[in-house]
Design a protein around this ligand. Structure first.
Ligand SMILES: [Zn+2]
Length: 214
């Protein structure tokens, strides 16, 4: 079962990817993890990637694809995997399709966790973080005992710049431009499945299980 997760930043696709990995006993593969593993392991691709990153440049797609193909060629991926955070653009999706086709493989499901922008902006603006100990809260879904104060260390909680509406809107704009076209791409490939990501986390996962089968 080869699965790709689609959805806007903040839609909760990472959480769902973890739950899928757990239930179906397949690895949850994020590009961040692959980068870290290759750089730590000193692989040729990892070293190449690092030279770009050290200069603050984007790592070219062929390097990322190379690391990804190495990763999914490993033994634990024999029954499939769930990709989180890749592909993000049409050229990346096309490269992935091509690289998989060379092995006689293809993506089985592209699951889009659909959440309207307004919901995402509202969710994110409710987040609060403790700069002292790193704990995170949400004013509605996971509030601290005492408003504005960290339960663990007693420091004042803040709304991080990353979670501010204007920052979230900017990220969503990039998503709509670059990543949303993947929904049509995978629809045309007849592997797209959509779930309503505005539901509670467990209900979203139940919908995914219905798509993937028990
Ligand atoms: Zn704290």
């Amino acid at each position: 079962m080869k699965i790709i997760m689609l959805g806007a930043p903040g839609a909760g696709k990472g959480t769902q990817a973890k739950k899928i990995a757990e239930k179906y006993q397949i690895p949850h593969i994020s590009t961040g993890d692959i980068f870290r593993a290759n750089i730590k392991g000193g692989t040729e691709l990892g070293m190449k990637a690092k030279t770009f990153m050290d200069q603050g440049m984007l790592v070219p797609d062929e390097i990322t694809i190379g690391m990804l193909m190495d990763r999914i060629g490993q033994e634990d991926c024999i029954n499939g995997y769930v990709l989180d955070g890749f592909p993000r653009t049409i050229p990346q999706a096309e490269s992935l399709t091509k690289a998989l086709a060379e092995r006689g493989e293809k993506v089985d499901y592209a699951i889009n966790v659909d959440v309207p922008d307004e919901n995402i902006i509202n969710r994110m603006s409710g987040r609060r973080a403790c700069l002292g100990c790193g704990a995170t809260y949400h004013i509605t879904f996971n509030p601290p005992v005492k408003e504005g104060i960290c339960d663990t260390c007693g420091q004042e909680l803040v709304l991080r710049d990353d979670d501010k509406p204007e920052t979230v809107k900017k990220r969503l704009d990039v998503y709509h431009q670059q990543t949303q076209p993947l929904i049509d791409y995978y629809k045309n490939a007849e592997v797209l499945a959509e779930v309503d990501g505005t539901q509670p986390m467990d209900a979203v996962f139940q919908d995914i299980v219905e798509i993937l089968g028990e």
